[in-house]
Design a protein around this ligand. Structure first.
Ligand code: SAH
Length: 216
């Protein structure tokens, strides 16, 4: 679709991302290419292009688009990167990551969410994404090492086991903080001298919980 034929709400979506400081063209293009309405609940389709988080199944949320774009931009993704996402949710963030990297492995603890996200990602031809039902606090060893890790559920602290999964010079971004208190996005770079940590902005995410969910 040419820019002048885009629905107005989609043009506003891009404009508001730019206004709020997202400047990397690759990220803006990925946000433009992936239809967020395909990842929200059917009743929320009309709200899909608004810059807000929305409820999805299993009491979870699809993040606010600005936060998706911001976290993606901070990961400095390259086409040859292998990426791990913890907290598949709707699959939207994984779809964005898939446009900017070689391979995405995404882990979700609710079977319903993992199954639905897998179907949506297939429908959107995101063929380089693998959705695993599992626990992001216990990433299977055979999943290997990653150039980039994005956590999209709030962790009280970043487990060492997770930073150990980063390749040299790898980056990890995660919301860190108590479930009902102040959470801050933290960026960790794996350097020769060990992990270097930087605090970015305050955010609000659903909590990361241990283990596979017993309910569907
Ligand atoms: N990235 C998602 C939104 C994430 S909401 C999207 O684009 O829609 C956070 C998700 O993390 C929820 O679906 C929740 O079930 C999941 N989650 C929480 N703890 C987890 C854990 N230990 N392992 C895997 N997934 C987890």
């Amino acid at each position: 679709m040419s820019p002048d034929r885009q629905p107005p709400e989609k043009m506003m979506f891009q404009l508001s991302l730019r206004r709020r400081g997202i400047s990397e063209q690759r990220v803006l293009r990925a946000m433009d290419a992936i239809p967020r309405e395909a990842f929200v609940e059917p009743a929320d389709r009309d709200n899909a292009w608004r810059d807000t988080a929305l409820g999805i199944a299993c009491g979870q949320t699809i993040s606010q688009p600005f936060v998706v774009a911001y976290m993606t931009e901070r990961l400095e993704l390259r086409d040859d990167h292998r990426v791990l996402e913890i907290g598949t949710g709707s699959g939207y963030q994984a779809a964005i990551l898939s446009r900017l990297s070689r391979q995405v492995v995404t882990i979700e603890r609710f079977r319903t969410l993992a199954d639905r996200a897998r179907a949506r990602l297939k429908q959107q031809h995101c063929d380089n994404v693998e959705v695993l039902l599992g626990d992001g606090f216990d990433v299977p060893a055979d999943a290997g090492q990653f150039d980039r890790i994005m956590v999209t559920a709030a962790m009280e602290q970043i487990p060492d086991a997770l930073t150990h999964r980063l390749e040299p010079d790898g980056l990890l971004i995660a919301p860190v903080g108590p479930h009902n208190g102040r959470q801050t996005l933290v960026l960790v770079r794996q350097t020769a001298g060990g992990p270097v940590r930087k605090e970015l902005v305050d955010v609000r995410f659903v909590p990361a919980l241990p283990g596979i969910a017993r309910e569907l």
